[in-house]
Design a protein around this ligand. Structure first.
Ligand SMILES: C[S@@+](CC[C@H](N)C(=O)[O-])C[C@H]1O[C@@H](n2cnc3c(N)ncnc32)[C@H](O)[C@@H]1O
Length: 218
């Protein structure tokens, strides 16, 4: 019930914001060399581990899905917001985009070589995150990789902090705490990139991208 409420608020928020979000972020990678670097590394390890399909979960307007496609991955996007999915389909008609919830994915066990979740867990209330991490683990093949992007909490005494977000309630995480939750879900950290806030950033938070892997014998 709680999860349904949080997801409904997120979905409605992004339905209303889809057009403006797409306009604002569609070309963001042009000015983000570090993001391009970690996405390239993700694409490379996915290919090296067997070249399975990749899902961009919480894909928004699909610009990162399209970037991964251009890097040679077989990728599709999933998002809870139907307006986001419409926007993604319109911009990238050759790619596949489905509506769906990260907490109950319509994807078979072990079907994916990679999962990307780029700032899509930020709207999940902390008590509901284990369900989503379990879904990421379930849909990954043994040896598959997860790349998860999120904003870092800067209060060492609290693993999560609520932050002001214009679309829906949002949470930032201590990177160590999130890495420990991933480990508990069967996803071992491989690497992390921490980008310090830059003067031009709207929010003065560290941005974290954590790469994790499901064990080969899982
Ligand atoms: C901040 S946007 C990020 C979009 C995109 N990943 C990017 O990097 O720009 C968050 C997206 O995640 C989606 N989202 C949030 N929670 C979700 C959930 N539980 N299931 C599916 N999509 C979700 C929202 O609808 C929204 O499009």
């Amino acid at each position: 019930m709680v999860e349904h409420d949080a997801l409904s608020v997120t979905r409605e928020g992004y339905d209303a914001a889809a057009h403006i979000y797409a306009q604002r972020f569609r070309d963001e990678l042009h000015d983000r060399p570090l993001d391009r670097a970690i996405l390239s590394a993700f694409a490379e390890v996915v290919c090296a581990s067997g070249d399975g399909q990749v899902a961009d979960l919480g894909c928004g307007p699909g610009h990162i899905t399209a970037h991964l496609d251009a890097l040679g991955l077989s990728v599709f996007g999933v998002d809870a917001s139907s307006a986001m999915i419409e926007s993604a389909r319109h911009a990238y008609p050759d790619l596949r985009f489905d509506t769906g919830s990260m907490a109950a994915l319509n994807i078979a066990d072990g079907a994916l070589g990679g999962v990307l979740s780029r700032w899509s867990i930020i709207h999940t209330p902390p008590q509901e995150l284990p369900v989503i991490l379990a879904e990421f683990h379930r849909v990954l093949a043994p040896g598959g990789h997860l790349l998860v992007g999120f904003s870092a909490s800067d209060d060492p005494s609290h693993p999560t902090q609520v932050f002001d977000h214009t679309v829906a309630p949002a949470y930032r995480w201590s990177p160590d705490h999130l890495a420990a939750m991933l480990r508990t879900s069967g996803l071992a950290e491989v690497a992390r990139m921490v980008r310090e806030p830059q003067p031009t950033d709207r929010r003065q938070f560290q941005e974290v991208q954590l790469l994790a892997r499901k064990a080969r014998n899982a």
